[in-house]
Design a protein around this ligand. Structure first.
Ligand SMILES: Cc1cc2nc3c(=O)[nH]c(=O)nc-3n(C[C@H](O)[C@H](O)[C@H](O)COP(=O)(O)OP(=O)(O)OC[C@H]3O[C@@H](n4cnc5c(N)ncnc54)[C@H](O)[C@@H]3O)c2cc1C
Length: 292
């Protein structure tokens, strides 16, 4: 695998700094992709050698186990952004914050909400990330994916089934390579003001000083998961090193020694108690990655 051009391979690599829960985890192979050809060639190699693979974005929406006997692939090099009037095309490895900053720099409005999402464009499309009643599909025009036969195909937004914090891409073996967005002409000063206000609000309401993966559960219709969890008396509830945040009840934080089992068990406990007390079936927003 080391002879394949356009990738960097590390064996027995730590993933601790590649997931925002900071869970101790290792992968047999960690592959940093620098070019599309590199990605295609390494996927061929992995298939031929029956090595499982997992596409990692910024690891900000996942709960990972201690060891993956396969290859974790990160699209490090796919970071181009191109602005053409009100249209922005960017590669999947671009961080949402960088995309939002680029749009504002070009006096475009519509993606300000994305500034504080610590994820990549690829991961955010797959999970339909959003905030403040907006989501990434609002301004999306189309995406390019690498399909299971390693062909690049373009999909218009209308061809992708998506709902609140979910898309059918979660169930497909495709890799998002690129996305095109259509924005509106805006005012840079107004956008920067909006961004600053929201930053202040987030710092005041979210435990940004502790490792987490954002909201644990999706908000049920006309309610907030955080409100229900807090009303169930679960703020500060701990299992091992995982704790329901004291600042925002829909966040679980790693107090330093959390394992993926601590987090999964705490999620189960919260789910059961909210169901018992309020008869609400909370749906998980974070993704438990099954590496078995
Ligand atoms: C402090 C904090 C605040 C947050 N606030 C928000 C918020 O306001 N709104 C919100 O929606 N989310 C929020 N999140 C959650 C998270 O940042 C988003 O869900 C983000 O979109 C995940 O992107 P990622 O690149 O980290 O994906 P990852 O967590 O790395 O991956 C998620 C899934 O996408 C898949 N994937 C990743 N890249 C690709 C690709 N190129 N092609 C195919 N599959 C891919 C992975 O295999 C995995 O299944 C927050 C998280 C944190 C830690």
């Amino acid at each position: 695998m080391k002879d394949i051009k356009g990738i960097i391979v590390t064996e027995n690599a730590s993933l601790k700094n590649l997931n925002t829960y900071k869970l101790e985890s290792k992968a047999k192979y960690f592959i940093q992709v620098e070019t599309l050809d590199g990605l295609i060639n390494v996927l061929k190699y992995l298939k031929e050698n029956k090595i499982k693979c997992f596409i990692l974005g910024a690891g900000s929406n996942i709960i990972i186990d201690e060891y993956f006997d396969g290859a974790v692939i990160k699209l490090y090099g796919l970071k181009n952004i191109k602005v053409d009037q009100e249209q922005i095309t960017c590669e999947a490895g671009v961080m949402m914050g960088a995309l939002a900053c680029t749009s504002v720099e070009h006096n475009l409005t519509g993606l300000e909400w994305a500034i504080n999402i610590p994820g990549t464009v690829g991961g955010s499309i797959v999970g339909n990330a959003g905030a403040y009643n907006k989501d990434i599909f609002d301004s999306l025009v189309s995406i390019k994916v690498l399909d299971e036969s390693l062909n690049v195909k373009e999909l218009k937004k209308e061809e992708i089934k998506h709902t609140y914090r979910h898309t059918e891409l979660k169930e497909k073996p495709w890799i998002v390579l690129e996305a095109t967005f259509k924005l509106e002409k805006g005012n840079k000063e107004e956008s920067l003001k909006l961004i600053e206000d929201r930053k202040i609000r987030r710092r005041a309401t979210q435990p940004l000083d502790m490792p987490s993966a954002g909201s644990v559960f999706r908000n049920p219709e006309n309610d907030h998961a955080g409100r229900l969890i807090e009303a169930a008396g679960l703020k500060g509830k701990k299992i091992g090193g995982a704790m329901v945040s004291l600042k925002h009840a829909n966040f679980i934080v790693n107090t330093g020694t959390a394992t993926s089992n601590d987090i999964k068990n705490l999620i189960k406990l919260v789910h059961t108690q909210v169901k018992e007390k309020f008869n609400v079936d909370l749906v998980l927003e974070q993704e438990i990655i099954d590496w078995k």
